[in-house]
Design a protein around this ligand. Sequence first.
Ligand code: HGY
Ligand code: MN
Ligand code: MN
Length: 416
Amino acid sequence: MAAPGENLRINGDRLWDSLMEMAKIGPGIAGGNNRQTLTDEDAEGRALFQKWCEAAGMTMGVDEMGNMFARREGTDPDALPVYVGSHLDTQPTGGKYDGVLGVLGGLEIIRSLNDLDIKTRHPIVVTNWTNEEGTRFAPAMLSSGVFAGIHERDWAYDRVDAGGKRFGDELERIGWKGPEKVGDRKMHAFFELHIEQGPILEAEGCDIGVVTHGQGLRWIECTVTGKESHTGSTPMHMRKNAGRGLALITELVHEIAMKNQPNAVGAIGHIDVYPNSRNIIPGKVVFTIDFRTPNLEKLEGMAAELMEKAPGICAEIGVEFDAEIVGQFDPPTFDEGCVGALRKAAERLGYRHMDIVSGAGHDACWINDVAPTAMVMCPCVDGLSHNEAEEISKEWASAGADVLFHAVVETAGIEA
Ligand code: HGY
Ligand code: MN
Ligand code: MN
């Protein structure tokens, strides 16, 4: 008999149709999605996912962080389940595939197992992690972080969005605060399919990225305080311009990242200027620095250099600098056994593949702390993501889901 499930393939058309169906919920203004976590759109997407899972014969569990767990029984009910999934929440100007491909790719595995009437020994659980993006409520991967014991549940509940709304209140409001204690579930393994969100796979002509490691991340929220005053009548030498502090630190961030090449990045994506009036010198600017690199020593050095230099730069122009870490994780190394299952699957299926380090953060980075974990990636057009123009091909989606299918089923054990 050929290797377990040698010829297993998912139904690429059905996967693609589901992606397009989900993309109709929380549409963006330029063809992508704005389905931010704990919004009504998120609730609508969750309901559609639950409907599909139940139609596929699965039972849904939900924990206190709104993490969704759709379970397909195995022949051995005592065997720890193999988990597979990602996130349905999007950036405000997000694409249709970031996160969603991993959740619906997991659902497609179940649909295909049902079609083929294949039983597995271990149960399989398809997962939607709440608030992976961290854009409305920092930090990113918040709920997989609570699940992995990185964050306390009540600390997560107290996170607030730009409008002052609490995570815990919004989770209740949309009706997705579940009864299960977060983190109680034990996993045999966890697999995540995700688009690369970078240009490497496409440039190398590969369909599959086997993710061996990830970058570590430091999100440093900075507050520069100056003095609001009239942009017309305040002499230049008397100004305390918080906006200049932002400009100088933006340059410092870039300098530090460039000094740490190769494989280091830095930028400022979130900026709030107060009072943000055309004819008032900014009295305060709040912004978040995003530093990343696969090298922990470099990462710690980059953050330390920023914290050492920024106060002096600000003092020189008469403004104050304050900062706090609002998100962090160290560079993850994924489980060799799970990585091997993905690599073997890509080989067996004849897909061009390469090992790759994940540039973006993912729920797998935290779940890797509590269960054997690995990720498989497919390319995205021009490496573009966190942009409504994010695009992949149906073939890439199918290739990624096929590899995921083989690795998950092999790990769950096919029952003849
Ligand atoms: O920030 C990240 O890397 C992820 O997209 N949330
Ligand atoms: Mn993602
Ligand atoms: Mn993302």
